[in-house]
Ligand binder design. Sequence first.
Ligand code: LMR
Length: 333
Amino acid sequence: MRKLIFAAASVAALALIGPAAAQAPIIIKFSHVVAPNTPKGLAAEKFKELAEKYTDGKVKVEVYPNSQLYKDKEELEALQLGAVQMLAPSNSKFGPIGVKEFEVFDLPYILPDLATLRKVTDGPLGARLLKLLDSKGMTGLAYWDNGFKQMTANKKLLTPADYKGMKFRIQSSKVLEAQFRTLGAIPQVMAFSEVYQALQTGVVDGQENTPSNIYTQKMHEVQKYTTLTNHGYIGYVVVVNKKFWDGIPADTRGLLEKAMKEATAYGNGQSAKENDDALAEMKKSGKTEFVTLTPEQDAGMRKAVESVYTDVAGRVGKPLIDEFLKETRGATN
Ligand code: LMR
């Protein structure tokens, strides 16, 4: 796959120096792993629409959904090499390229709601986190929402003991790994595009995801129970290849920034509704049984994963976790 990425990157570079370069539109290939009818898929389409409109055709945005071009880890490598120009990986996926700090968003129960999340992403902490990406050859442009995660499995997951010995697919985040290990489960990192089949064939027993991702991947059709835990958050960092971005004429880049700002407001304004709609559709389908925790069971889950905060402090950084909590809970723990 690396070879292929290199080949694509060279073709992209050649295209830039051809004689018609002055007139040719700037092409932004935007690769992502989810379905078009998801919060990320719709925000990407909105960005395309606005970017092409504002630049009057000087920029063309090609959106490739559903891991059509690259899977999770490959897409970040492809971006760094310039084979694609834009992505929106989840916060949980930056660890393998050496940026562990975004895993702070993975801490269990760290966000009570999306309004609280904005305090971080729209504030100085959010801006500082984006800056960390510069050294990796990418520019962080925006934070896009998905929503809150639920647990799926072929059994009800009511108490921490129910997780013991079960295999769960996780994204490539050490915080998520710690979360499942703390519950006595066996976490397994796997690309998003492979999850449905892994659940269907029993390679893993369960997974955590937002209603929108569960529904659009049809995971609910191969999982008997969806336990409504809201225990964690999935959101995205929109990233662009830095060299490519810096090379765009400033006036055009300004228009793209405006398009991104508006696409972000649009996407984040409706992500909660998209997840609510997906949940309603799954309920209607009757293919998975929804399980709600009692306040006692919810408290039991929260208590069981509390130690994750200290377990991962060395990796994510205690000052960062404390700063995040100060924003989200109003006080350090
Ligand atoms: C996952 O891998 O479960 C999600 O990050 C996929 C996505 O991009 O929403």
